[in-house]
Every structure is written in C-alpha cells, then in structure tokens.
Write a protein that binds this ligand. Structure first.
Ligand SMILES: C[S@@+](CC[C@H](N)C(=O)[O-])C[C@H]1O[C@@H](n2cnc3c(N)ncnc32)[C@H](O)[C@@H]1O
Length: 238
C-alpha cells in the first residue's frame, strides 16, 4: 500500500470520525516517540518477537491495528490477512510506521486517527489488534466500545497489554510511579489499569486471554501482561 492508500484512509477516517463523534484527538509525544523508536530499532528480545508473532497467528481478512507505534507487528501479519488499517495518532511514529508498512507481507495502510474514531463501518472488521496501547488511551471504556462497534459478530480482539499487579505492594509501587513520572515519561501509559476486567466488562469473552509476568526490556521492571484473543459476542442486541 503506497501513499494513495494512506491518503484515502486518512480522508475516510476524518469522514467517519466526524460523522460519529467529532474529530480524532491530537496526540503528540515527541520525546517518547523518538526514544521508543530508537529502543525498538535496536531490536527486541526473541521472547518479545515470539509474543508478537503469536498475537497475529491465524488472522485473516480485514484487520485494524490501533496504535502501531513504528510498526513492529507489521512483519508478523500472516499472508491470509488481506488488509491492515493501522491507526496511529502520534505524527513521528506514524511516519515511521508508514515506512515499515512497505516491508509487510499483507497490505498495510497507516493513517491518522485514534482509538475512539476507528475508520470502519459497524460490524465490518474481522479482527482488531491492541498491543501496549490500552494502557495509554485516554478513555479505555470508550475505546473498547468503539472496537466492539467495528468488529463483526464473533470477531477477534487480539490483545497484548501490560496490566496492574495483583500483589498489593507491587500495585502500590506501580501506582506511585504512575502518579509521579510514569505517565509523562511513557506517553500517557497507565501501569495500574485492570485491562482484562475492562475487556470482559465491555462484553468480550476473555477465556482465551492469559496472564503472566515478564520483563520486556532491560529498562522495564517485571510487569504483569495479558496476551490472547478476546471474542466479540456472536449476536448483537438491536
Ligand atoms: C507503547 S506504544 C506501543 C506501540 C506498538 N503497538 C508496540 O507494540 O510496540 C503505544 C502506542 O499507542 C499510541 N496511542 C496512544 N494513545 C492512542 C490513542 N488514543 N489511540 C490510538 N493510539 C494511541 C501511541 O502513539 C503509541 O504508538
């Protein structure tokens, strides 16, 4: 997918966004974006790459990826995925992702937008991918509602997120970090979100999402993660 696809996607995003609930938000994290891009461009651990591969295994059809960053998931989309629309609000990372899109085996277009304004009609998408993103969106409940809107009945939410710690001391330490430096240092990341419960409360079946503790990189403490597939209901009310 070249520039024409990206431009078309941007136009579509604006049109659908404005019809639904106003303009996408402006999200700029210039320092975080550059540091993140630098760190990932040095390469990730084999374990992390493995989790990215597993996250996308078996996908097919039309997929939306929210907040792709500089596009580390793009090489792992299987050829059965006909189209990936990646929605990235941060301009520096969006430009990086647009470059990475050319290396993907699937057709990937990277467009401006945010989790509250996905560029798709109701029940039109086979899968949505969220990878280290639901910790950063301003309105997690609203983002999950929007994901549910665009997914086909029974559609897949592929999720790989770090979440709050269950242990009270670990939770307290994460909360202290969150309210002091963490959100500012890591692009509005909230390390104490109970994202699995939020996904379940939004109406998804989360039985195939598992929880584990991992240290993703040398600069990160061991954190609890969730990884797997949450399913949208197979029937919708109304
Ligand atoms: C920690 S990075 C993760 C990037 C990538 N998904 C990965 O796995 O490495 C968080 C990403 O979420 C994006 N983001 C933040 N707020 C967002 C929002 N409201 N809607 C969509 N993406 C958002 C950021 O710009 C950034 O690209």
């Amino acid at each position: 997918m070249g520039n024409s696809g990206a431009v078309a996607g941007r136009v579509m995003a604006r049109r659908i966004g404005s019809r639904r609930s106003g303009r996408p938000q402006e999200i700029r994290n210039p320092l975080f974006a550059r540091v993140y891009d630098h760190v990932l461009s040095r390469g990730e651990s084999a374990r992390m790459v493995g989790y990215r591969q597993q996250l996308l295994e078996g996908l097919a059809g039309k997929v939306i990826e929210i907040g792709p960053g500089n596009g580390p998931n793009f090489p792992h989309y299987p050829p059965a995925v006909a189209e990936v629309v990646a929605v990235e609000p941060e301009p520096y990372l969006r430009a990086r992702a647009q470059r990475a899109a050319h290396q993907a085996r699937s057709q990937v277009s990277v467009i401006d937008g945010d989790a509250d304004h996905l560029p798709a009609e109701n029940a039109s998408v086979d899968a949505v991918v969220v990878c280290q993103v639901l910790c950063s969106v301003p309105d997690q409940t609203g983002a999950l509602r929007e994901i549910l809107r665009v997914l086909k009945p029974g559609g897949q939410l592929r999720v790989f997120e770090h979440v709050d710690a269950e242990h009270p001391l670990a939770h307290t330490l994460l909360k202290a970090a969150e309210v002091t430096f963490w959100r500012r240092a890591f692009g509005n990341c909230h390390p104490t979100r109970d994202t699995l419960t939020a996904i379940s409360q939004a109406g998804f079946d989360t039985r195939a999402v598992r929880r584990f503790v991992m240290q993703a990189g040398p600069a990160e403490p061991p954190l609890p993660y969730i990884h797997g597939t949450a399913l949208a209901p197979s029937q919708r009310d109304g």
